[in-house]
Ligand binder design. Structure first.
Ligand code: AHR
Length: 766
């Protein structure tokens, strides 16, 4: 409970809590007939809250290759050649957010994630650059190219490039050339490592080789065959492939760029695949077979081409230009999220001031976006910038919940309230104008120029992220300065403090009354379940509401297993029952690229809702729990009460807390969780029951009030044989919900809930 109330207010609120607890205990005084069977009582005539329209949402940031190598359609990794850029930390006193500070490039490093093709030489070059924002280029020396030996450059994407059959890809790049008059071939090339290929010579009676048999054991698309490359399947070709040192390549599509100018220009081609199998072991190649010109050779000059922003885009969700990957977008869309909290998380703060999400450097033409190092340890091109967050909201019909940088970074640099904080307050005001302004405003006009004609509905703005880490005590003052300026210009906006009531009163905001506080909970299954009644006894008199802006049951890696889903569902029941004070919530993190697991590789944070590689994706059991709840929200929360709920013993090992030894202990935790809502349009009562036990659990459900309930309804059940069960790339649908018609429902019925299960019953009012 937070501490800011006056003693009188405090007494009143404590009374309110006691009364609420009393009424929860007494409203359903009807005794259970069998003392061993748990009873859930639902009062159809007592609405305790209107379900907020933006209750279920998404939280997102660039982590675990969420956008680059994830949701963002771009298939080329390190398309601006800055993956290795050195971004020197800048202290707040020396930093001006209106300026761009160019990064340094170690030109002696080979271009990361790029390879030379044939005899080509590639290097980074800071002398011939496209512009100040992209102050490095890839220099390609193709002097050794010849008709039989192409020279060029290749990129293998984010752990592969997914190619689908009969699909058109859009390749583009900026280039300029010197002493090179030839044409370029842009190709999508399938790569087959020969390590696993067995080749048998076929010999005639005299032992003369007359052909070869070949067997593709480890073909990366699952050995489904090589449709589309049959032309290469001849003995002669196989002999030739032996020269490719462990790899065979098959062009799946190619296009020509006839001439490269001596000045920087943009080149674009489309590449359409044939009837291939979907695969990810592919790369983009740009090469030439054109020999060096006679004069260049004579004078010993290399044939050089410089590149910048080499891009390959697949078809995107809802065909948005510079848009998103379709499978991931569809998974999200299927869960019906109502809002998107962006751009972080830690990503909004950055490690240092010059690594915060400086939104103005993420808008406008892609080639004008310098990119920045993200706090999760890799480079972001910012091709997925503020306009793209808005496009994502538009695609999925979500409301933006904007987090603004509030002058504090992850490495504990900060600017206290006062004139030096003013540029950041201004930056936030302008960002709000970019999202909500019309054509008459400077930043609204810029948004329109960026392709978004209509202002977005914005109702919530969060000031900073997790400012309880700021032990300087500066947050209260910083919050107040942002609060006053934003409320003065946008009085309708609801402002969120990042320090929730789960933190010490001394860290919370006291100088202003936040409209909401953001609480974060990352917990084990047992912790999640043990605190899943925590909001039932929260102070109802507090005008400040709750946004649970990050939460997850962290069991299972890279994505949560059934135990995670059970903890999540128990927690979501708690959130739903308390939707009068919890206005919004979102699971975090959302995405993980599972291609290369481990610290510093494609995953920085374990237990993420949705996993994927370049080609495939899957929802974890926790995703399906989200989807079930998000699509069965209802619009009214009904009063509930329960008796005889079974418990299980949670053995908590000895541990250290705040430097002190805490001995091992056992706590009894409930093993059944519930909530009940109504969809007023259809009249359905939606009952959610979570049985986390390993055994079936009978439960009596009683509905009171002036209502009749049909015998027939539906049950949507997510269950697993055990709590370790999970989904993976190879088995993406092992744990998924199943909906069936059920009978025997009514005002009072008993139903047995399967072990380790989450059930949504839809009861039809008659
Ligand atoms: O969700 C991962 C991180 O957890 C977020 O970036 C941060 O806000 C929290 O600490």
């Amino acid at each position: 409970m937070h501490l800011k109330n006056s003693p009188r207010k405090k007494l009143a609120s404590q009374l309110a809590v006691l009364l609420a607890a009393f009424s929860a205990a007494t409203s359903f005084a009807e005794p259970a007939t069998d003392a061993t069977i748990p009873v859930l009582q639902i009062r159809a005539d007592q609405v305790v809250a209107k379900m907020p329209p933006t209750f279920y949402g998404l939280m997102t940031e660039e982590i675990n290759y969420s956008y680059e190598g994830g949701l963002y359609g771009e298939l080329i990794r390190n398309r601006t050649f800055k993956a290795d850029a050195i971004q020197q930390p800048i202290k707040p006193e020396n930093y001006d957010p209106a300026k761009y500070y160019p990064v340094q490039i170690a030109v002696t490093n080979p271009p990361k994630f790029w390879n030379a093709v044939g005899s080509a030489k590639i290097s980074l070059d800071t002398n011939t650059v496209l512009n100040d924002a992209l102050n490095v280029s890839l220099k390609l020396d193709v002097s050794g190219a010849s008709k039989n030996s192409p020279a060029g450059v290749a990129n293998g994407g984010y752990w592969g490039i997914a190619l689908q059959p009969n699909t058109t890809y859009h390749a583009s790049f900026y280039a300029k050339a010197k002493d090179f008059n030839g044409d370029l071939t842009v190709s999508l090339v399938h790569v087959l490592n020969t390590n696993n290929i067995t080749i048998h010579a076929i010999r005639d009676k005299s032992e003369k080789a007359v052909g070869f048999d070949w067997y593709l054991g480890g073909f990366t698309n699952g050995g489904k065959g090589l449709s589309g490359v049959s032309a290469t399947n001849s003995p002669k070709k196989l002999e030739t492939f032996d020269w490719y040192l462990g790899e065979m390549t098959f062009p799946f599509a190619s296009a020509a760029v006839p001439k490269i100018s001596g000045d920087w220009q943009k080149y674009e081609v489309t590449l359409t695949t044939g009837n291939i199998e979907p695969s990810k072991n592919n790369r983009l190649e740009i090469s030439t077979t054109q020999p060096r010109s006679f004069w260049a050779k004579l004078f010993g000059r290399p044939a050089t081409i410089w590149f910048q922003q080499v891009s390959l885009m697949p078809p995107t969700y809802k065909d948005r230009a510079n848009g998103n990957r379709t499978d991931l977008s569809q998974l999200l869309d299927d869960a019906h999220p109502k809002f998107l909290r962006f751009p972080g998380g830690n990503y909004v703060e950055g490690d240092y001031f010059n690594e915060h999400f400086n939104w103005k450097q993420t808008i406008g033409p892609l080639e004008q976006r310098p990119g920045h190092r993200s706090c999760w340890g890799y480079w972001s091109t910012d091709g997925f910038g503020l306009p793209e967050f808005l496009g994502w909201c538009q695609d999925l019909n979500m409301e933006p919940v904007l987090a603004v940088f509030a002058g504090y970074t992850l490495k504990h640099d900060y600017i206290p309230a006062g004139p030096k904080l003013e540029p950041y307050v201004e930056e936030a005001l302008e960002e709000i104008e970019y999202i909500t302004g019309d054509a008459s405003t400077k930043w609204g006009a810029q948004r329109i120029k960026d392709g978004y004609p209509n202002p977005f509905t914005l109702r919530y703005v969060e000031i900073g992220n997790e400012d309880w880490f700021d032990r300087s005590g500066s947050y209260d003052g910083r919050f107040a300065q942002f609060y006053d300026a934003i409320k003065a210009k946008y009085p309708q906006l609801k402002l969120i403090s990042t320090v929730g009531y789960e933190h010490a009163g001394s860290q919370q905001v006291h100088s202003r009354t936040p409209d909401l506080v953001d609480e974060h909970y990352y917990r084990s299954e047992e912790e999640m379940e043990s605190q899943s009644f925590v909001y039932d006894s929260r102070d109802r008199s507090n005008p400040t509401k709750i946004f649970v802006g990050e939460w997850a049951t962290r069991v299972g890696s890279p994505t949560p297993n059934m135990a995670g889903a059970l903890g999540d569902a128990a927690w979501m029941c708690c959130l739903e029952r308390n939707a009068d004070i919890v206005l919004m919530h979102c699971y975090a993190p959302l995405f993980v690229n599972v291609s290369d697991l481990g610290a510093g590789r494609s995953m920085q944070w374990k237990s993420d809702l949705i996993g994927y590689d370049a080609l495939n994706s899957y929802g974890s059991p926790s995703y399906y729990a989200q989807q079930m709840f998000g699509t069965h929200g209802g619009d009214e929360v009904l009063a509930t009460g329960a008796q005889n709920l079974p418990t299980y013993p949670w053995n908590i090992p000895a541990r250290k807390r705040d430097g002190k030894d805490v001995p091992a202990s056992t706590r009894e935790v409930k093993s059944i969780f519930y909530s009940a809502t109504r969809d007023t349009a259809s009249g359905k009562i939606i009952v959610k029951i979570v049985n986390r036990a390993d055994a079936p659990q009978p439960m009596k459900i009683e509905i009171t009030g002036d209502i009749a309930i049909a015998d027939e309804g539906t049950a949507t059940v997510l269950k697993a044989d055990n709590r370790d069960a999970t989904n993976t790339l190879d088995d993406p649908k092992k744990v998924v919900p199943v909906t069936e018609t059920v009978h025997g429902l009514g005002r009072s019925f008993t139903r047995t809930f399967p072990p380790c299960s989450i059930t949504i019953l839809e009861l039809q009012a008659k």
